[in-house]
Design a protein around this ligand. Structure first.
Ligand SMILES: Cc1ncc(COP(=O)(O)O)c(C=O)c1O
Length: 402
């Protein structure tokens, strides 16, 4: 069988729902990636905020290989030790008492939204079914999760849509107050809106949302799919917000590149998902859980969380300096290894151009909407990789600006 494949093959044999780059990455090591032509890139993207320990991390590779030699798959007719150990560690490290494993962020959220509805149904009756989320939020691509997400472009043409979902303005407590009621079963929010443009939640806003959830017996769901597993400099972003959710979803960095997600919650709330109410063939499979345990072991240390904050400060000030020199950014925002350079008025709508200028100069970054260039490097990125990546990015911008 030939392996002479290129980007053109994508158009021939794959559904056109993506528009991938001509670059065909083949190999990675730490925060560097090499493509089909041997070109090397500094990785400030980590997939889309996934590779929290970079590429080819020895602890993760060993965990995967060791587990591959033992057993790959069981289904949930049996439980397995890696899943039990990962759930045990996650409950020790967070507010949660119980864990449900999924394969992705969207599936973790689907579980969370179903649980919130079921819990309200069991405890307060069928009338309590409204879910409130926020404009510009992103929670996945299943039909339920795109509807809870606050971006109409992802639901258009997929009607009829699930109902009982309301959208408030993020960081606008009056708009939220106008929607919450005793009919609300859950409020869903990202602590930092990722896809929406790296927009951090205002701490006062989050506290008031928590209080209003308590007043109306609504569950607070934190979608930490993008912010979780060390990305913001805490294991989970809620940990430094002075607010604890009732349900938390996590994926992306959780597997560092191996597909796994989870929903975390309390014993009382979890009790509504009795046998038969929800499930997943692959959720909690031993390979994914073994890898995630290796990620957790490497990430969840005070030293690593300090490193995230220190390296983040270096990248942020480097981006601010570039922004000032070329007049391309109005602000650099976000936290830890999740930063967004907001394009100045002159460059608004052109984030993709910055991405391409980076690729042409050997650095990978991301967009978060059309107005924000997003950076999601690995927690263990070195000073040398930061300096080289920023230098290459600056070169790209110098070319772009002309
Ligand atoms: C906050 C948030 N929730 C959910 C998802 C969906 O995760 P997945 O693509 O793994 O289904 C994403 C993906 O970008 C995300 O950023």
């Amino acid at each position: 069988m030939s392996d002479n494949y290129t980007r053109a093959t994508f158009d021939e044999v794959m559904v056109p729902n993506y528009n991938p780059s001509e670059i065909l990455p083949e190999r990675g090591e730490g925060s560097r990636v090499w493509d089909q032509n041997g070109n090397e890139y500094v990785d400030f993207a980590g997939g889309i905020a996934v590779s929290i320990l970079g590429h080819n991390h020895p602890g993760m590779v060993k965990a995967l290989k060791d587990q591959a030699d033992k057993i790959w798959h069981l289904s949930n007719v049996f439980t397995n030790k890696p899943a039990l150990k990962l759930a045990d560690e996650l409950t020790k490290a967070t507010f949660a008492d119980k864990v449900f494993f999924a394969n992705s962020g969207g599936e973790a959220n689907e579980a969370a939204f179903k649980l919130a509805r079921r819990y309200a149904h069991d405890n307060y009756g069928a009338e309590k079914s409204d879910i409130i989320s926020f404009a510009k939020s992103f929670h996945g691509r299943t039909l339920f999760t795109v509807c809870v997400g606050g971006q109409p472009k992802y639901t258009e043409g997929f009607e009829p849509l699930p109902g009982g979902i309301l959208h408030a303005e993020y960081n606008n407590i009056e708009s939220f107050k106008a929607l919450i009621s005793d009919k609300t079963c859950a409020v869903v929010m990202e602590p930092i809106q990722g896809e929406g443009g790296i927009i951090p939640a205002d701490p006062e806003f989050v506290k008031e949302v928590r209080e209003l959830c308590d007043k109306h017996n609504a569950l607070l769901v934190f979608d930490e799919v993008q912010t979780g597993f060390g990305r913001t400099g805490d294991l989970y972003a809620y940990m430094s917000m002075g607010v604890t959710p009732d349900i938390l979803t996590t994926a992306k960095s959780m597997g560092g590149g191996f597909p796994i997600g989870a929903m975390l919650t309390t014993t009382k709330i979890a009790a509504s998902l009795v046998p038969g109410t929800h499930g997943s063939t692959y959720g909690g499979n031993p390979l994914g859980c073994a890898v995630s345990l290796a990620v957790l072991e490497a990430i969840n240390t005070p030293e690593m969380m300090t490193q995230v904050k220190e390296q983040s400060a270096k990248i942020k000030s480097g981006l601010e300096a570039i922004g000032e020199k070329y007049g391309v950014f109005s602000e650099v925002r976000g936290k830890g290894m999740l930063l967004g350079a907001v394009l100045s008025d002159e460059w608004k709508g052109k984030a993709r151009k910055f991405l391409e200028a980076g690729w042409a100069n050997g650095v990978m970054c991301l967009v978060a909407g059309a107005d924000v260039v997003r950076f999601a490097p690995a927690a263990n990125i070195t000073d040398a990789d930061i300096e080289e990546g920023l230098a290459r990015f600056e070169k790209g911008i110098a070319e772009l600006v002309g």
